[in-house]
Design a binder for this molecule. Structure first.
Ligand SMILES: C[S@@+](CC[C@H](N)C(=O)[O-])C[C@H]1O[C@@H](n2cnc3c(N)ncnc32)[C@H](O)[C@@H]1O
Length: 231
């Protein structure tokens, strides 16, 4: 595995600092059509033993969530915020810019962990990173959340951008989110209609038309929604 310096060098060499189309006020180290990572296929990433570089793209769900938070600062102002599956850290950075009192990005990919730190620095905000897999099933289901984010989940806002793309992951995520909601956390999900988004238990709070790339999404725009998890 690469050390921290090599991770940040890899990110710098393979991305460019750009703004996602829906969130021009934030800059991120992202793959663009002129950076090598954009053209890397899953096969040649696997040959180089690299995980898919989710962190190098601002996914429609994360963009919608960041836009919502920046336009509705009251959703996070003065609160502790956790961005689950933060990727580039876009939603976490938006929450910090909107006045959250403490922001943590949860990520299990070491490249993303480094990318979040680099992107937070690029935007001049503080974002802590939690790299343990808190979504993995645990014998005491509520303990990892309590240990990581204090026993009292009141005034905790959890942001989830584009995480419902795999069946098992979505199942673990929703189990974890419902436990957090039962403890008083408020949960917002940004999603462009991924296959494993739950069909019930979500209230629509906003809709966005997010420009996307044909290479990534097979279309030029995605209707993307922000939902609140009902508890
Ligand atoms: C499609 S990306 C979305 C990134 C970001 N939220 C956005 O919208 O741009 C999903 C991210 O979830 C992360 N992830 C997957 N399983 C996770 C887990 N158990 N805990 C934390 N992050 C996880 C992946 O590493 C990846 O960066």
């Amino acid at each position: 595995m690469m050390g921290d310096n090599n991770l940040s060098r890899f990110i710098r060499d393979n991305t460019a600092p750009v703004s996602p189309s829906l969130v021009p006020e934030i800059r991120l180290h992202l793959a663009t059509e002129v950076t090598p990572l954009w053209h890397a296929t899953e096969k040649n990433l696997a040959q180089s033993k690299l995980p898919p570089p989710y962190w190098a793209f601002a996914w429609p769900g994360g963009q919608a969530l960041a836009r919502y938070v920046l336009d509705h600062k009251v959703a996070v102002r003065g609160k502790r915020v956790v961005d689950v599956g933060a990727g580039s850290g876009l939603a976490a950075i938006a929450a910090a810019m909107a006045g959250a009192c403490q922001v943590t990005a949860m990520e299990i990919d070491p490249f993303a962990v480094t990318a979040v730190a680099m992107n937070a620095a690029l935007n001049g905000v503080a974002v802590a990173v939690e790299s343990r897999d808190l979504l993995a099933p645990s014998p005491r289901p509520s303990s990892p959340l309590a240990a990581a984010f204090c026993a009292d989940d009141e005034a905790l806002s959890i942001l989830v951008g584009d995480m419902c793309y795999e069946r098992e992951l979505a199942h673990q995520l929703m189990t974890w989110l419902h436990a957090a909601a039962a403890r008083g956390a408020e949960i917002l999900l940004g999603d462009p209609g991924r296959a494993y988004l739950p069909e019930t238990g979500l209230d629509l709070v906003a809709k966005y038309d997010v420009p996307t790339s044909i290479d990534l999404e097979d279309r030029t725009h995605r209707d993307t929604a922000v939902y609140r998890l009902r508890n």
